[in-house]
Write a protein that binds this ligand. Structure first.
Ligand code: SF4
Ligand code: FES
Length: 509
């Protein structure tokens, strides 16, 4: 017996493979794109859509690459040689596309998936542009509710079974199954009757076509009018990697982003819809200063900073921070408190966790606060500065009992009676900075310029200006200077900080 074959030739180049790897996996690892619908790296291989055809040299028939083991049969001692762009491979894919389009509706102009639909993309690449069949398309159910968050369109479904496999293999809740045969085949709810897994909306992302759409997002915007940013789910402390999507100031969508060390390809539904408050009609957009007769008047940033410094000189006190604030913001909040001879504390809600991607700790940067030695405020207490984004972290009782005179708030509804100066606080999707998840992993949160009101001040800059007003000796460091200080802290000696790595943790997939 000679050594086992452990390489494969793809398009004439030799690549190593690990035992058990299939051709599509080695191709993807090496940047070679092979069209696929039913293949997903996080799920079992079904091999049912037939779009991933390649040519295996010596074999006249195309083969599917998602199920083809890179190891040749034991009696063959030579590496497999495959071609992904040969005539045999292309004709195989063209035949599959023609079959898939026989019954698929031509409704791309009204389909939410347009712009991110694999069927649409591949149709442009290998579709014929004209059907060779003349029979009417099969009619199947449309607008079928799969639970309260998802709508199923059986006519668009290409029966790839990804959604069924997700419920079998990832959530193990088995709400979906395939029913019927041939062109009558479709996805149905099983006898369980409800589609209530808290991770249900992941099937919308993995569906390669527009058969599964989000009730929350559908018909709100065409993809190409939106801007996207790599960010972190701040609804709990797991640090799930996400992409935020917005348009003209409105937050429209959150989708998970691949990170093998935290969430793979998935996220919980509760994080996905935890953006609604960002679009509140009572968002603050200007600085407000209370005048002599007790009414708020709009102020420019300089006047508001002077008024805030004045208020803090006569009411020095602690700072109470929202537990979603970044490391950079927490460091500057500590410095502001220090300029008053006081302390910064953070407040964050706790709740139910599921042992996976939803943590009991809801403060997205509670771990970062611990590393910075910012103590947790467990109950209502006096503070002269309040930083409040999420209602659940700094609740109404905490806000009112704080007696805060300077308030940074995202929503005007959260400003306590005691406030004398109010600054609009951009939401997390509108700020950039570093969060440390509950497992101690530091990640970068990117700002999405298409979300939130225009021209809001940068929170860390206002904090620095305020410290400068209170402390004549203060030397401005800027966010980069603050990051350098964080990196030098002993508590961060073993934390890989995203701005120090070539590919920031949490950026890209
Ligand atoms: S609904 Fe989408 S994911 Fe599910 S089988 Fe149909 S095409 Fe595949
Ligand atoms: S991706 Fe290979 S058969 Fe579907």
């Amino acid at each position: 017996m000679g050594d086992a074959v452990n390489t494969i030739f793809i398009n004439g180049t030799e690549y190593p493979f690990k035992p058990g790897q299939t051709v599509i996996q080695v191709a993807q690892e090496n940047g070679i794109d092979i069209q696929h619908y039913c293949y997903h790296p996080g799920l079992s291989i079904a091999g049912n859509c037939r779009i991933c055809m390649i040519e295996v040299e010596g074999n006249p028939q195309p083969q599917i690459s998602c199920k083809l083991d890179c190891a040749p049969p034991p009696w063959i001692k030579e590496p497999l040689r495959v071609q992904t762009e040969s005539e045999v491979a292309k004709q195989g894919r063209e035949g599959t596309m023609e079959m898939l389009l026989v019954n698929h509706p031509l409704d791309c102009p009204i389909c939410d998936q347009a712009g991110e639909c694999h069927l649409q993309d591949y149709s442009y690449e290998v579709g014929q542009g004209q059907a060779s069949t003349t029979t009417a398309k099969t009619k199947l159910p449309k607008n079928v509710p799969f639970g309260s968050k998802i709508v199923y369109d059986a006519e668009r479904c290409i029966k790839c079974t990804l959604c069924v496999r997700f419920c079998e293999e990832i959530t193990e809740t088995n709400e979906l199954s395939m029913q019927g045969r041939g062109d009558e085949e479709m996805v149905v709810m099983t006898s369980k009757g409800e589609f209530d897994t808290p991770y249900s909306m992941n099937i919308i992302d993995i569906c390669p076509v527009g058969a599964l759409t989000s009730r929350d997002f559908r018909f709100k915007s065409r993809l190409w009018f939106m801007d996207f940013a790599n960010s972190i789910d701040t609804s709990s402390a797991k640090g799930v990697n996400i992409v935020t999507g917005g348009r003209n100031g409105t937050f429209l969508r959150i989708e998970p982003r691949y990170n093998a060390s935290i969430n793979d390809w998935w996220m919980a539904d509760e994080g996905r819809v935890a953006y609604k408050y960002v679009n509140s009609p009572s968002r603050l957009e200007t600085a407000l200063v209370r005048d002599a007769d007790g009414q708020f008047r709009v102020a420019n940033w300089e006047d508001a900073i002077s008024a805030a410094a004045e208020a803090l000189r006569s009411n020095p006190g602690d700072i109470l921070l929202d537990g979603g604030c970044t490391l950079e913001e927490m460091v500057l909040a500590k410095d502001l408190a220090g300029a008053m001879g006081k302390n910064a504390k953070f407040a964050a809600a706790t709740g139910e966790g599921d042992g996976w991607l939803v943590t009991e700790e809801k403060g997205a940067n509670a771990k970062g606060a611990e590393l910075l030695e910012v103590a947790r405020a467990k109950r209502a207490q006096a503070a002269s500065v309040l930083v409040i984004e999420r209602e659940e972290h700094v609740n109404a009782s905490m806000r009112e009992k704080s007696g805060a005179v300077v308030v940074f708030a995202t929503d005007g509804e959260h400003v306590p009676e005691s406030a004398e100066v109010v600054f609009p606080l951009p939401s997390w999707a509108e700020r950039e900075g570093t969060l440390v998840n509950i497992d101690g992993l530091a990640q970068w949160m990117e700002r999405n310029p298409a979300i939130g009101p225009n021209n809001l001040p940068v929170f860390v800059e206002i904090l620095e200006d305020l410290i400068g007003e209170l402390d004549d000796d203060y030397a401005w460091r800027g966010a980069d200077g603050v990051r350098a200080e964080i990196a030098a802290l002993p508590a961060f000696a073993k934390v890989a900080l995203p701005w120090q790595t070539e590919t920031p943790v949490g950026a890209g997939s």
